[in-house]
Design a protein around this ligand. Structure first.
Ligand code: PLP
Ligand code: COI
Length: 364
């Protein structure tokens, strides 16, 4: 909880149950093989905001289409932000989430950059508890499965002038998830986008806003055409930024670890957690500008022994190849990425002690 949230009165959610909620057998069928982001639970949470009334009308209601005025500002100027966080089922049946206050704080930073209102951390946490209270049965219990939670906020004021909207909506939807990449954890091929940028200096790269993902779609399609799974973006100085939906981490022969840092990169919570676990094991971690040249030279000389990508949806994925129009560099495969992945997921699924106090129980 941030210090200025301490006096906040909790939201009083009205709950409208979905009378067409899927029966248990149908739900269990979906949960057998949920894939990623294609099926949704029976309910959603929403809270309205207006410049005059602040946060109001908190609701839990049946999942379904949102009715919007065609002039709603989000449809024209993209004033929108989102988060990605998961709920995990432990062996005793309880449901937990991972470092949710970090997502709440990042949503607040994104809101500031996109001139949207600040959703207090306590309201964010309440929304997670509310969805689990009605749709907790949708948290799967299979290996590496979770309930992916997608909080988002957008400008709904009907107004074509270009200024911050005076009416905004916050929603939370939930989607049962298995592996993000089809085929599970295997080294991915990365396409180096040399013609398209994801973000610029002073832009919105550090915010989790739809426009960053919209601008990644064409290079992502290019990547698929070249037989690659994801794109890596560079900044204007030739420094490595991140992938379309994941941060990137470089492991050196002497055990030190480097990850790119700049104001155009999304600060990943998975990365922060993995690097903390690595530090706990004695690795030193540098967060700094890291150029494509350093990457290529490091791999060629054998100084870099492993490169991996990480994020909530995909967890940890080794990078097996860096491909561009002019070259294809095979990447060394080591053991650290998968060993950190195991330690992190052991904590998330309650199989290992949560030394850092990262878990929050949502169903009690
Ligand atoms: N970078 C981008 C562009 C992302 O979309 C994500 C995913 O959320 C990440 C990095 C990793 O962030 P996190 O680990 O908090 O999910
Ligand atoms: C996440 O990992 O939560 C994201 O938002 C990434 C997205 C590409 C699914």
């Amino acid at each position: 909880m941030t210090s200025n949230d301490t006096e906040l009165a909790p939201l009083e959610f009205s709950v409208t149950k979905n009378l067409a909620a899927r029966p248990a057998a149908q739900r269990e069928e979906v949960l057998k093989s949920p894939g990623f982001g294609t099926t949704f639970t029976d309910h959603m949470v929403d809270v309205c905001w207006s410049a005059r009334g602040g946060w109001h009308r908190p609701r839990v209601q049946p999942y379904g289409p949102i009715s919007l005025d065609p002039a709603a500002a989000v449809l024209h100027y993209g004033q929108e932000i989102f988060e990605g966080i998961k709920a995990y089922r432990h062996a005793d049946g309880s449901v937990h989430t991972f470092r949710p206050e970090k997502n709440a704080e990042r949503l607040q930073r994104s809101a500031r950059r996109l001139a949207l209102p600040k959703l207090p951390t306590e309201y964010f946490l309440q929304s997670l508890r509310e969805i689990i209270a009605v749709d907790g049965d949708w948290v799967p219990s299979g290996a590496d499965q979770s309930l992916y939670l997608r909080p988002f906020m957008f400008a709904k004021e009907a107004f074509l002038g270009v200024r911050p909207a005076q009416k905004v909506a916050y929603y939370l939807i939930a989607s049962p998830a298995g592996s993000y990449f089809t085929g599970g954890v295997k080294p991915v091929r990365i396409w180096l986008s040399e013609t398209h940028a994801r973000a610029g200096k002073g832009g919105t790269g550090a915010a989790k806003t739809g426009g960053n993902y919209a601008s990644s779609l064409l290079p992502q399609a290019e990547a698929s055409d070249k037989g690659c799974d994801q794109v890596v973006f560079l900044d204007q100085d030739g420094n490595v930024e991140e992938l379309g939906g994941m941060n990137v981490v470089f492991v050196f022969k002497d055990g030190h670890i480097v990850t790119p840092q700049s104001d155009s990169i999304l600060e990943g919570i998975t990365r922060d957690s993995l690097l903390q676990l690595a530090e706990d094991r004695g690795h030193t971690v540098e967060r700094r500008a890291f150029s494509l040249k350093e990457w290529r030279d490091g791999v060629a000389s054998g100084d870099i022994v492993e490169v991996f990508a990480c994020g909530t949806a995909a967890v940890v994925t080794p990078i097996g190849a860096l491909v561009s129009a002019g070259f294809e560099d095979a990447q060394p495969i080591g053991e650290l990425a998968l060993s950190l992945r195991e330690e992190l997921t052991d904590i998330q699924y309650g199989r290992r002690e949560d030394k850092h106090g990262w878990l929050l129980r949502l169903d009690a």
